[in-house]
Write a protein that binds this ligand. Structure first.
Ligand code: SAM
Length: 269
């Protein structure tokens, strides 16, 4: 009788196990799917309206499903980042930036002459414009931004500190509105990856330089996932070189002297 009971119980258990197996797999898959969707929604968004811009330019691709930090527009395989709003200008002026970015070291390798004309494009609150201005007492800095509020901040600090060699310029998303052939050095710090029309911007920037003029970009290193900056706000050296090559600039050198950023030099031949 006992052995008969054992046989029945075993039969029942093994059948239950067989029955539970697909259920377990189903539950596991559902959990994975929910986790994936929850995680994905942190990083991704869907915006079909961007698709209407398809065919508006040969340079860009548009994807409705894209990163939350981007605009759904892609240039040479890179999704363009959202613009950092002027409300966040205090972040640009954070004291820890000295240690994170070492701006002094950046300025030292630019090889600036006191008579140079320098354009700081995507100048923000002027963190670099003012440092550059002190290095060109007989030259000039054009501080360019598309947000008038940022230029207001620069104009305020200009007055406060009696700085006379910075000219603020309100650019458009396609054109920094610089005078032609007048700029010796164009500097873009943590800004280029936000340009909504990088191709048009760069074509106009190249026009502002005489032959021999320099374009210098500082961008957080995307190759290093441990650098605590949003992915789309970082760039690989390879991507920067690709995009500058596309507008006819010649790579000169990359200085890996900064704690977290590439500093990449190009020349207009
Ligand atoms: C992250 S902030 C960096 C500001 C500054 N370079 C610095 O290092 O403190 C990027 C700035 O680029 C500006 N920007 C974005 N697209 C631009 C464009 N097409 N032309 C000029 N400025 C632009 C934004 O308005 C923003 O002020």
């Amino acid at each position: 009788m006992l052995s008969y009971n054992l046989i029945i119980t075993n039969y029942f258990l093994s059948n239950t196990k067989n029955f539970m197996k697909p259920l377990k797999i189903l539950l596991f898959s559902l959990t994975l799917l929910v986790a994936f969707l929850l995680l994905g929604s942190q990083f991704l968004t869907y915006d079909a309206s961007i698709i209407s811009e398809k065919n508006s330019s040969p340079y860009y691709d548009y994807h409705a499903l894209h990163s939350r930090d981007g605009i759904g527009k892609f240039y040479l395989g890179r999704e363009i980042a959202k613009v950092m709003g002027h409300q966040e200008f205090l972040w640009l002026e954070r004291p820890s930036r000295e240690q994170q970015e070492n701006p002094q070291k950046l300025l030292e390798v630019l090889n600036i002459k006191p008579t140079d004309t320098i354009a700081d494009i995507g100048a923000g609150s002027g963190y670099f414009s003012f440092r550059l201005a002190s290095l060109v007492p007989d030259g000039k800095v054009f501080a360019v931004d598309i947000q008038p509020e940022m230029l207001d901040i620069i104009d305020f600090f200009k007055k406060e500190n009696e700085v006379n060699n910075i000219e603020t310029i309100l650019g458009t998303i396609k054109n920094p509105n610089l005078p032609k052939n007048m700029v010796d050095i164009v500097l873009m710090v943590d800004a280029y990856h936000e340009f909504e029309y990088p191709r048009e911007m760069m074509d106009n920037i190249v026009t502002s330089l005489p032959p021999g003029g320099k374009v210098i970009l500082a961008e957080y290193r995307r190759e290093n996932p441990l650098i605590p900056i949003k992915t789309l706000h970082k760039m690989t050296e390879k991507q920067v070189k690709n995009e500058m090559d596309f507008v006819g600039l010649t790579w000169e050198k990359t200085e890996e002297i900064l704690p977290q950023q590439h500093l990449i030099f190009f020349t207009k031949i």
